[in-house]
Write a protein that binds this ligand. Structure first.
Ligand SMILES: [Zn+2]
Length: 535
């Protein structure tokens, strides 16, 4: 730090306001939220990552923020406000907490004699050094996002740990502003896209608050230029601190502000059961909402379309209420709240498809009028979202099952002819995939070894071989045994991660048929079985 300008602040010490001049600098790790009760503030941690263009410490800035240095609870608003500041001529945002931090440092010297205490009066313990622990489960992720400034706060509940004083997150596309818990700032390090935090030992779950900035990303790797987000399969670290491993589900809360004038952001306020990190998303645009009715179990089905998209939205979602009713009755109640539906998103002129961002799944504008796509994305509320694959190797549990369910729903609500048409389309997709260069194995052995993109597991082998496997299984045991099996599996694993083998276990216990050999023939062999019925 080269220099720190003096800044006049008002400290509240012992209930009295005291004017002081304190040194202020731009640094993210200084102690905050302590003025009176914690007597001696610690210096900023050494070795905090200094990024390219990071001009903190240069002292060349103007701030228009009025600082109030207060003990916790006196005026927390002063600690949470953010302001733009101009640093060396370039606009950058820093948390006012950072400024307040050094104000706190200055204030703290008033009460130096008291010794180290926490805000509750108990002896204050130095937060632990950051350490690596990617295995510590994320239980809850509450995001508050400002689109205008591209700043966000993530409040994350971590599983309790007897041993670990670390927690690690994917954060490749983020710049971290601060990390704290209820007691104060925590130490952190960001390197090679991974955020490591030192988390004090805690008997229960530990909550950390991470303030950060994010930026627009390349197509399908985070926030996209046209205003929607997509982080599947492992780009969540471009949008929020996360674990992309699908085994680690989290509940979500999401607040998004700062949409441009005339636009709204469509997103769930909360996802109340554990969901994979790729499920959360938002979409900003000039949306109009269609109400499509309410399912038998009380879920309001909706669609959001962009200007010029009304006709496509009407066409694509004409059967959606019936489709949702089919899934509810076949598989069990919809798991992601009382409202669900499609959101049109501009993915450009060639990207045809959708993404299972339940409860508001995204469908590209050019596919919005396609009832098959709508039925497909809707089914992910049960498979892929409601039950998530435990490993990327279990991808077929999501896409194979959903492709099959899509066909079942379309035949059930749009008629047998439409169902036949869809299976003819599936056959041509399977043929094309079999003629392609990617591996023909839909369900690889192992867990966590495959790179779903680079190893090309994301492709029609998993979708179509998966769908045809279930069709062969249906031909063997009938829907009267298959449907209760799928339902029992969904109800058992809802909000959890599962292996594809665990679905086969339920087919055996509920449906009375051991499908292992059939699944191996369809999904773990290079060829397509000649038999269309499981043996
Ligand atoms: Zn899908």
């Amino acid at each position: 730090m080269a220099s720190r300008p003096l800044k006049a602040v008002t400290c509240v010490i012992g209930g009295k306001a005291v004017d002081k001049k304190v040194k202020i600098s731009l640094i993210a790790h200084a102690p905050a939220r302590r003025c009176e009760s914690r007597a001696r503030a610690r210096p900023a941690r050494k070795g905090a990552p200094l990024r390219k263009n990071d001009r903190r410490g240069s002292g060349k800035f103007r701030a228009n923020a009025a600082l109030t240095c207060s003990p916790p609870g006196v005026d927390d608003r002063a600690l949470s406000w953010r302001r733009y500041m101009r640093i060396d001529g370039s606009a950058r945002l820093v948390g006012i907490t950072a400024l307040t931090a050094f104000a706190a440092l200055g204030c703290a010297q008033e009460g130096d004699q008291k010794g180290d205490t926490s805000s509750t009066g108990t002896p204050y313990e130095e937060p632990p050094e950051p350490s690596v622990d990617l295995g510590r489960n994320i239980q809850r992720t509450a995001l508050t996002v400002d689109l205008e400034t591209k700043t966000a706060t993530a409040v994350i509940d971590l599983a309790s740990s007897q041993m670990s004083t670390g927690a690690s997150f994917e954060a490749a596309g983020l710049e971290i502003v601060s990390v704290s818990n209820a007691q104060g700032p925590l130490k952190w390090a960001l390197a090679q896209g991974q955020l490591d935090i030192g988390v004090p030992k805690n008997l229960g779950s530990a909550t950390v608050t991470i303030e950060y900035t994010f930026k627009e990303q390349a197509q399908f790797q985070g926030l996209m230029a046209k205003g929607s987000t997509l982080v599947w399969p492992y780009f969540c670290g471009n949008l929020f601190p996360c674990h992309s491993d699908p085994a680690d589900g989290t509940t979500f809360e999401l607040t998004v502000t700062g949409a441009p004038a005339g636009m709204t952001t469509v997103h769930p306020v909360a996802i109340g059961i554990d969901a994979p990190s790729y499920q959360i998303a938002w979409a900003t645009g000039s949306y109009t909402k269609l109400d499509l009715g309410t399912t038998f179990q009380g879920v309001k089905v909706v669609a959001h379309y962009l200007p010029g998209g009304e006709a496509d939205a009407q066409k694509g979602t004409a059967a959606l209420l019936d489709v949702m009713n089919f899934y509810e009755q076949t598989l069990g109640g919809y798991p992601f709240g009382g409202e669900a539906g499609a959101v049109a998103v501009d993915w450009g002129p060639t990207a045809y498809g959708g993404m299972e961002h339940h409860p508001y799944w995204h469908v590209s504008t050019i596919a919005m009028g396609d009832p098959w796509i709508q039925a497909h994305e809707a089914a992910h509320g049960w498979f892929g979202g409601g039950v998530r694959p435990a490993c990327w190797e279990d991808f077929v549990l999501s896409e194979g099952t959903v492709s099959y369910l899509e066909a079942r729903a379309i035949a059930a609500v749009m008629g047998a002819d439409e169902g036949t048409k869809l299976w003819t389309h599936y056959q041509s997709r399977l043929n094309t995939a079999m003629a392609g260069a990617a591996s023909k194995i839909a369900w690889p052995e192992g867990c966590g070894e495959v790179d779903i993109l680079k190893d090309q597991l994301f492709g029609d082998i998993a979708y179509m071989k998966g769908a045809f496997f279930f069709r062969a299984l249906e031909a063997k045991i009938g829907t009267s045994k298959l449907d209760p099996s799928l339902k029992a599996f969904f109800l058992k694993y809802k909000g959890r991660a599962a292996r594809f083998s665990e679905l086969l276990d339920i087919v055996k216990s509920v449906g009375g048929y051991d499908a292992t050999a059939c699944a191996t023939a369809w999904l773990r062999s290079e060829a397509v079985p000649a038999e269309q019925v499981c043996p």
